[in-house]
Design a protein around this ligand. Sequence first.
Ligand SMILES: *Cc1c(COP(=O)(O)O)cnc(C)c1O
Length: 468
Amino acid sequence: MSQLFRHLPSMDQVLAGLCAVTEFKSLPRPLVKDLVNEFLDVCREEIRGEVLTAVEQLSLDALLPRLKAYVRAKARPHFRRVLNGTGVVIHTNLGRSLLAKPAIQAVAEACGHYSNCEFDLSTGQRGSRYSHVEKILCDITGAEAALVVNNNAAAVFIMLETLAKGREVIVSRGQLVEIGGSFRIPDVMTKSGAVLHEVGATNRAHVHDYENAINDETGALMRVHTSNFRVVGFTKEVSQPEMRALGDKYNLPVIEDLGSGTLYSLEGAGLLGEPTVQQTVAQGADVVSFSGDKVLGGPQAGIIVGRKRYIDRIKKNPINRAMRIDKMTLAALEATLRLYLDMEEARRTVPTLKMITASQDALKSKARRLVDAIRDQLGDRATVSMKKGMSRVGGGAFPEYDLPGTMVTVGVQNISVGDLKNALLDTDPPLVARIEDDLFLLDPRTLTASELKLAASALRQAVDRLTS
Ligand SMILES: *Cc1c(COP(=O)(O)O)cnc(C)c1O
């Protein structure tokens, strides 16, 4: 055995062999060296374990295919593109919304060049970074003023910290939600210094519940979108117009956390009962917050719109500086918002809206193309078919609505659906799929047209690996 160790190729031989391959030439040399060392250690371990037992197994030529696979897998970036075959459009774990093409271009432009990020080109003096999106946000939503922070969680925090610190905020018990990832309305409120005053029962709250709770300590009235759950049956929540009337009567600001928020009415897509941001503003909410990367389909951001006298106070809050958005976010947000100046254009070009509102015919035709692509790759090794199924909007938006569509099911003899799903996490690119009723499903709604072939290729890679 000790003889065998000496037959392992040397570091220099291995490096020369590896770097003759174009794909590895551009990798940082020290990284490749570390990985080769690790790989040689694995080989030594296998000699000790009598996995490698013959001199021929130890030649560079014999080891090179494994070595390449090892380096390829370990040297690739940690942050990677994946294919979303789940049908959850705003999948928080998969990065939420895809940006529209103009927004992608705007980001590239913003980060590759200097810009007027905080520079006023009409005076040559320092400008405000928020000026790039405030007017367009006001034009679209009808609000007097607007401010953008890092995400909606930050927006909720800064609204409360500014308008209600040390004061009571009245919220319906049915709206004290946990959004996931440890964002709970009661906790955020505590951290902001506002004091939560719960009213109503879990399923019902009335105007008189709020009115009875108002006292000298009251700083604001608040409504929170229940995003990811739904109370059904005997329920009642107080509407925004009712809140407005109460706010006027007692001279209190009305805060609304819309969660996802939408600028485009999705009633046409069958998603009923969701007021748009425009409607919420028109109904009299003083400050309204919503996410940039949920249904809006833009970059991660927390958008606050509302009355100037409140927004001005929020802008001046020193915490605002700690929640400041980056120039790439600004560029992407402005480009996305410009698409909303023509609502139909937004529906056609903002990927999130396009996926949510895709027609049954379009989804079926995409499913057919996916089936063809998979058959091209796997031939008779797989059974591929289509069936009706449901997608989800996701992102804590419209939880009560499934979106009907056409799914593609794939079955491979002697491979379990679970093994197939797991093997797809290690393909290039990885493909995230769904298992439902013991069936392996891909939902073409969340795969773009150019990704259908990639998904099929990922399936072949997975099946190849599982059957080799
Ligand atoms: C998603 C959500 C948030 C948090 O928004 P992020 O943009 O993820 O920070 C806050 N409130 C509600 C009601 C939400 O749905």
